[in-house]
Write a protein that binds this ligand. Structure first.
Ligand code: HEC
Ligand code: HEC
Length: 271
């Protein structure tokens, strides 16, 4: 292609971008900027049906964006005895908390264990705002978590597993590889050995967590990663652990590390 023709095409594209307005164009561009593959790892997006991918690609059509907006409203809402909101201390946008969506769970020295983003949110509410903790799978908790993770969208997952986190990482890894339930299956049997195979109507993915909280078409709402863990435990007829249990927070750390380098996609859309 000649240089003049290239310039003309570029001109047409820029013209089109201006015509559709910045916001519409920004949505398309950010979906293209996502890292869906890192090393031998692939996001659940790559295993999803084309129609499901299309819903995720379109920020205006993605039903989970209502939850991002809701979370943004909660971020600036004053609540609790101290008369403060998250924004009072952290500024108007959660994205100011650097890469928070890529780094959790993190080791918390005071607790002497790992802390998930949901648990940090409740710590902030109780200790800094004098407000009541949110219930794990409540609309508020999901909205605020979706909003904060969305602030890191497009950035690579990057949890730390060194130092004091190491032993919790090992516990999570053990959980992932351990057979359980009446079907006597481990996470790895479906999500490592089985990735790409069909199980009933679903294609098994690698069980990556980079899109969480994920909007499931089946649920018609977003769900936390712990809700997903519970569902997967129940599929093999194993007893699920509690929301926020140490077992699941450690598992979450291991699963996040497995997906290192993949873009945070929140709010992802899945079947
Ligand atoms: C009174 C001021 C104050 C309020 C209100 C507040 N925070 Fe914080 N927050 C801090 C300070 C100071 C830190 C750093 C020390 C720490 O982690 O406790 C912090 C740390 C954090 C972190 C960890 C950041 C990291 O790099 O790991 C998160 C996440 C967070 N806050 C979220 C929130 C959310 C969500 C709210 C509202 C529900 C909130 N904060 C309300 C002062 C506040
Ligand atoms: C019997 C098979 C099976 C087992 C065992 C299993 N899962 Fe799943 N899991 C599924 C199916 C089916 C889905 C939905 C389709 C997909 O993404 O694989 C799923 C989805 C997921 C997802 C969501 C992926 C995404 O992109 O949204 C995660 C995360 C996950 N599983 C983690 C786990 C973990 C951790 C374990 C072990 C506690 C586990 N699974 C055990 C079948 C299984």
């Amino acid at each position: 292609m000649g240089d003049i023709m290239k310039k003309q095409i570029q001109g047409i594209l820029i013209g089109a971008a201006v015509a559709v307005g910045l916001s519409g164009f920004a949505g398309v561009a950010s979906a293209q900027d996502m890292i869906y593959k890192a090393g031998d790892r692939q996001s659940g997006y790559m295993y999803a049906a084309k129609e499901t991918q299309a819903i995720q690609d379109d920020d205006l059509g993605n039903p989970a964006y209502i939850w991002v907006d809701e979370g943004e409203a909660l971020w600036t809402k004053v609540d609790g005895k101290a008369g403060k909101s998250c924004a009072t201390c952290h500024g108007a946008e959660s994205a100011m908390l650097t890469d928070v969506g890529t780094r959790y769970p993190v080791y918390n020295a005071k607790l002497g264990k790992m802390q998930s983003l949901e648990q940090k949110i409740n710590e902030e509410r109780q200790e800094k705002m004098g407000a009541k903790p949110y219930k794990w799978e409540s609309k508020q908790m999901l909205s605020l978590t979706v909003y904060m993770r969305n602030g890191s969208r497009g950035k690579p997952m990057n949890v730390s597993i060194d130092g004091p986190a190491a032993k919790f990482f090992e516990a999570g890894k053990k959980f992932f590889n351990q057979r359980r339930g009446q079907l006597d299956m481990a996470c790895k049997h479906c999500h490592e050995d089985g990735a790409g195979m069909m199980i009933r109507a679903n294609m098994l993915s690698e069980g990556q967590s980079n899109g969480f909280p994920t909007y499931r078409l089946k649920w018609q709402k977003p769900g936390s990663i712990h809700r997903r863990f519970r569902g997967c435990n129940k599929q093999v007829r194993a007893k699920p652990y509690g929301y926020g249990s140490d077992e699941y927070v450690n598992l979450e750390l291991f699963v996040a590390w497995r997906g290192r380098g993949l873009s945070v996609e929140t709010p992802a859309v899945r079947n």
